[in-house]
Design a protein around this ligand. Structure first.
Ligand SMILES: NC(=[NH2+])NCCC[C@H](N)C(=O)O
Length: 692
């Protein structure tokens, strides 16, 4: 070999080796990050094969688990879940896969959670003192230490000696500077932050910087007095936010099945979120994604024809839909002839046959009529946009995917499935019989909500058991480019189970699902007993008593749910929720009643109040109890901003509970009305007059 050739060989050996080293480096980094791409795996066939085998096994495992779940559902006595996978028709009924997911049996890590966009854009903080402080401090820190990217640490102080609020950002900033080889004491960092704050802030009395770096903020009491007077004369003014279009999918029961306590939680939480959004001026779509489509309607229609032949003339009186469902399911399982008819009806329903559609409508109407009673009790407004709304949209969806993203679909055992990025469990888009699934309808719904309804924020108030299903659907939406995560937010607002006193899933004594109407009626009964026990029926008119009874009964059920951290399971207990002490609706109602009694007993007219406030632009607030109450009142906007971001409604309950407690303290310590000579009553200019 000539020297030249040797050199060439050496060079190519060297470059091959350095390529290898570079490849190895990429592989190691990718492995550490868990991002082994197919392109990288091609270089190490063994590894690629192992990965493929692993994927296959994982998928097989999920199929097996699905079959087990399916079998379990079949074996379960009185099992009413209609999967009808052998039907030659389309179905959106929850397939076994959904059940397996619900039970958490499918394994596999949940796909990456959608990034949460810092979504609520405040145009004007208005009365939110904390919001204004936050934005002032954020700006001061950014001006003093540009690009340092340290989260703002600002909180209320428990000890008034250290002011009303304290900013503790100086310490982490000093640490970060140190890491960048800049030595600065936290005290000096704090001084630099202070120097960047405006010299005069209307609501701040003084700002003290402690040598250790704490920044103590003292509010201006005159400002608070003026604010409270303004609140009294002009009412609540919430911060001004950029208007958003928000869709809230909540309640969403299934037709012909009993609405259960899980749906009750969804209804209460979803409605409260809507009310909050409406209060800040968002454009809110209250959507009931009812389960009103699927092969189970075949058997229900067949049974309807037999049991209520004149259903076309008058709405059948099916008092117990659950029993009706069970009866038809039993016939479907045992009677071949009936089964055949059921299938025929499904086909007819899907081809929009007039009478069959009417029968389907009848069943939906009976079910909805029942649900409406629950909604009326709880004062819930919601619009039905159920699974049936997506009938044609599902067909369109499949066409769309086949045309635009054909590579995303995979055929397995005759089914069309897809694995969205980062997901171990596939979505079944088309079943082997050509039918659709819960996955298909949720995909179609997501596409419609983001592209047609043009939602900025799409919220699903659904139990945490469906988290994997929803996250997989969202991941598919991202893959399909249906929404832009930097400006839009798609979010599962999950909640835990409702438990009985025995800490087990909430059931009747005989182990049945609790009917919501029975539950609410029980609440009404208990509330009536409570009111009678307190002798209220003598003090109230019948009308007032009914109003009080409903406020107590339904208020308690709602508040008990909302005041618990929603992501956790909570124990449903009438005894606890009807207590007049602690964080309960009764305790809040008690505060409200006391306020009303001031007006009633002392015959103070609203006009007198208005006059008094108009002539007192700075309310005195001389008594500590009064001042504390005023401060809490002024925190409403802060609380609204907090909950808008977290969607954790217990934070709002904590706020009102604290407010009620402070009101009770105030009521016990201060006079509100002064009894002048000659029996003339005037509003006391100093609420603390009991002490003067
Ligand atoms: N888009 C949704 N998947 N919403 C929730 C639907 C809840 C479903 N109907 C159930 O009862 O489990």
């Amino acid at each position: 070999m000539s020297a030249n050739k040797e050199l060439q060989q050496g060079y190519s050996d060297y470059s091959a080796a350095s390529d290898q080293a570079a490849l190895l480096n990429r592989l190691i980094t990718a492995m550490q990050k868990g991002e082994l791409t197919d392109e990288l795996l091609e270089h190490i066939p063994e590894l690629g094969d192992a990965k493929k085998l692993n994927d296959k096994l994982k998928y097989r495992k999920s199929i097996l688990e699905k079959s087990i779940a399916e079998q379990a559902a079949k074996n379960k006595k009185n099992g009413v879940k209609a999967t009808s996978t052998s039907s030659p028709s389309s179905s959106t009924s929850a397939p076994a896969e959904k059940k397996a997911k619900k039970d958490g049996k499918t394994g596999g890590a949940p796909p990456k959670q959608a990034k949460k966009v810092d979504y609520v854009t405040v145009e004007d903080y208005g009365s939110s003192i904390f919001g204004r402080l936050q934005s002032l401090f954020k700006k001061a820190i950014e001006d003093a230490f540009p690009g340092l990217d340290v989260p703002l640490l600002l909180a209320e102080t428990p000890n008034p000696q250290f002011g009303d609020y304290q900013c503790n950002s100086a310490m982490p900033i000093a640490a970060k500077l140190k890491a960048n080889k800049i030595n600065k004491r936290p005290g000096d960092v704090a001084k630099e932050i202070q120097a960047k704050l405006p010299t005069k802030i209307d609501f701040v009395e003084k700002i003290d910087v402690m040598p250790a770096g704490f920044i103590n903020i003292f509010l201006n009491t005159d400002y608070l007095r003026r604010q409270i007077s303004l609140l009294a004369s002009e009412g609540v003014k919430l911060p001004k936010l950029t208007r958003k279009r928000v869709l809230v999918d909540f309640s969403s029961p299934n037709i012909a099945k009993e609405m259960h306590v899980g749906h009750l939680r969804s209804t209460i939480i979803g409605d409260s979120i809507c009310r909050l959004f409406e209060a800040v001026g968002f454009d809110v779509l209250r959507v009931n994604h009812i389960g009103d489509w699927g092969t189970q309607f075949g058997m229900l229609i067949a049974h309807l024809y037999d049991r209520f032949p004149d259903f076309l003339k008058k709405l059948p009186d099916i008092s117990d839909l659950q029993a009706f469902y069970k009866e038809s399911k039993k016939r479907f399982d045992e009677d071949e002839q009936f089964k055949k008819r059921a299938y025929e009806y499904v086909v007819k329903l899907q081809s929009h046959d007039g009478d069959i559609v009417k029968a389907w409508n009848t069943i939906c109407d009976v079910s909805k009529k029942y649900n409406q009673i629950v909604y009326n009790y709880l004062d819930i407004k919601i619009k039905d946009v159920g699974e049936s709304f997506y009938q044609d949209k599902m067909i369109e969806l499949v066409k769309w995917v086949k045309t635009n993203k054909p590579d995303m679909l995979r055929e397995e055992d005759g089914r069309q499935i897809m694995f969205p990025t980062g997901c171990d469990i596939p979505l079944t888009v088309v079943k082997s019989d050509g039918g659709f699934t819960y996955d298909t309808s949720d995909l179609a719904a997501l596409k419609y909500r983001m592209l047609e309804e043009k939602c900025d924020w799409n919220i699903y108030v659904v139990d945490s058991g469906q988290s994997l299903h929803l996250e997989t659907v969202y991941a598919a939406g991202r893959d399909f480019g249906w929404y832009d995560e930097s400006i839009q937010r798609v979010e599962h607002v999950a909640f835990g189970l409702v438990l009985g006193d025995d800490k087990k899933k909430f059931k009747t004594r005989s182990g049945e699902t609790v009917r919501l109407l029975d539950l609410l009626s029980e609440g009404v009964k208990r509330a009536t007993e409570k009111l009678i026990e307190k002798g209220r029926e003598t003090a109230m008119s019948e009308e007032q008593l009914v109003a009080a009874r409903d406020a107590v009964a339904f208020g308690c059920v709602k508040y008990a749910d909302l005041s618990h951290t929603r992501t956790q399971d909570y124990v449903f207990s009438f005894d606890r929720m009807l207590e007049d002490r602690g964080n309960t609706a009764v305790y809040l109602l008690y505060a409200y009643t006391r306020i009303q009694s001031i007006f009633e007993k002392d015959e103070v007219k609203n006009v007198d109040l208005v006059k008094y406030i108009a002539s007192t632009p700075t309310l005195p607030l001389d008594h500590p109890g009064e001042f504390k109450l005023a401060k809490q009142l002024l925190k409403l906007s802060d609380c609204v901003l907090l909950v808008l971001d977290s969607l954790m409604l217990h934070q709002m309950c904590d706020y009102v509970y604290q407010l009620a407690t402070l009101f009770h303290d105030f009521y016990n310590e201060c006079y509100v009305i002064e009894n002048k000579e000659g029996g003339i009553k005037t509003i006391c200019p100093y609420a603390s007059s009991r002490f003067v």
